[in-house]
Design a binder for this molecule. Structure first.
Ligand SMILES: [Ca+2]
Length: 296
């Protein structure tokens, strides 16, 4: 999406992140590669090349009216794999230089399936800032959206901090580039990242998503209540919509709506599914087993 003529290059995109030692680099020294690392890389390559990723969709609701607002696309690995979770898969991809390929695969699967299912609401996609800035394949997502008939204005890019961002000025320009193209921007997992407040101030997103960590048990956590209420006040003042993630108990929902949070998602409302769930269930206080649903 970022053309060569623009001010940011793939090399600059790489400079967004604090460099880390990669598995790919380690492979150059064969004698230093542990057998389990070879297995990990082989399995990672197999999943990407065979496209063994399937999307699930978790509804996001407007809470006061219990109305469907949008869907977040989440990814699952198809079939058995050495990775215990999709997050393990992404960690391996990030360390081996295959993150862009994996993330593009997840995005493509999510968009294609959303079009097949007839999603007409907002579609929230998880995007790593480094991949967002990567211009190796300019316009891939825009081209796919055009082919699928999905308007960019219906796509919300959820920026997840999986790596420490080192150049916020460059990051801000990259985000604004996508915003000018018509995409909407969300800060994901606020309260759970390296520098969520800095990102919030730098890019002035359309949405913030409160991390599950901030929401879990908030009805009984006075310190987090004070923090979340301050975030909500700030967001209301500057026109940012707040979405609470990971709502699992009626008491959490009651508290969040009482302080003015209008949007939410979580097991209490609807679990991720390969099909489209459109209605909030009749709510009741229930203990929902916690599973590791990840933000990719
Ligand atoms: Ca997310």
């Amino acid at each position: 999406m970022l053309t060569a003529s623009r001010t940011y290059s793939s090399q600059q995109a790489g400079s967004l992140l604090v460099p880390s030692r990669t598995l790919a680099g380690s492979v150059e020294n064969r004698s230093a590669v542990a057998p389990e690392m070879v297995t990990t890389l082989r399995e990672l390559g197999r999943i990407i090349s065979h496209r063994l990723i399937t999307p699930h969709f978790q509804p996001i609701f407007e809470l006061s009216q219990a109305e469907l607002y949008g869907y977040e696309a989440l990814s699952r690995i198809v079939g058995p794999a050495v990775f215990n979770s999709i997050e393990e898969l992404f960690c391996a991809a990030q360390g081996s230089g295959m993150l862009s390929g994996l993330e593009r695969l997840c995005r493509e699967r999510a968009l294609t399936t959303a079009a097949q299912l007839g999603v007409n609401e907002l579609l929230f996609l998880n995007v790593c800032p480094a991949v967002l800035a990567d211009d190796h394949r300019p316009g891939v997502t825009a081209k796919l959206l055009g082919e699928l008939g999905i308007e960019r204005s219906r796509v919300v890019l959820e920026l997840t901090e999986r790596s420490l961002i080192s150049d916020y000025d460059l990051f801000g320009r990259v985000v604004n580039h996508y915003r000018r193209q018509g995409y909407t921007i969300a800060i994901d997992d606020l309260g759970d990242g390296f520098a969520g407040l800095k990102m919030l101030a730098q890019i002035e997103p359309d949405y913030v998503k409160l991390a599950r960590f901030m929401v879990a048990g908030i009805d009984k956590a006075p310190v987090r209540q004070a923090l979340v209420e301050a975030i909500v006040t700030f967001c209301q003042r500057v026109g940012i919509k707040v979405i609470a993630e990971g709502i699992e108990r009626q008491e959490e929902l009651d508290y969040l709506t009482a302080i003015g949070i209008r949007y939410g998602q979580g097991y209490l409302l609807a679990r991720p599914a390969p099909h489209l769930l459109e209605r909030m269930p009749q709510l009741h206080d229930t203990s929902v087993p916690v599973q590791t649903w990840l933000q990719w």
